[in-house]
Write a protein of this length. Structure first.
Length: 134
């Protein structure tokens, strides 16, 4: 079960940075990511909107570098870094086309073979510093 759940998390990120239409195959209809901004609906539509309209409006050429993944029972902890190019305005910071690296840790809860819930802590301060620097 642990390896299956780890594979599901990898598929989530691949879907998020690729074929968003397939998000319904990866997350439940009630999926909630507690780090998404308020106002997004639960389920696949909320995840699609976050990755397309929010993250996708700020960054391009996004990829995930996995550092460590641990799975136990219905939880998966994923330590990773987002690598991307800053191509859209964010928090008043104009796009500069710079490569950024944002380390993060996510915890996912799996239910019935799909992701049901997620929490994330990312180095947003470090991200903003990279975006501001020339």
């Amino acid at each position: 079960m642990s390896e299956t759940n780890k594979a599901l998390v990898r598929r989530y990120y691949a879907t998020a940075l690729g074929d968003l239409a397939a998000m319904g195959e990866v997350v439940t209809e009630q999926f909630v990511d507690h780090h998404f901004p308020p106002g997004l609906p639960p389920g696949p539509d909320g995840a699609r909107r976050f990755f397309r309209d929010i993250l996708g409006s700020v960054f391009s050429e996004m990829r995930i570098e996995y550092e460590e993944m641990i799975a136990e029972e219905d939880k998966v902890v994923c330590q990773f870094a987002l690598h991307a190019k800053h191509t859209g305005e964010f928090a008043g910071i104009a796009a500069r086309g710079k490569e950024i690296r944002c380390p993060a840790i996510s915890i996912f809860r799996v239910a019935d073979g799909k992701l049901a819930e997620a929490w994330e802590i990312a180095d947003v301060a470090g991200l903003l510093e990279q975006m501001k620097s020339v």
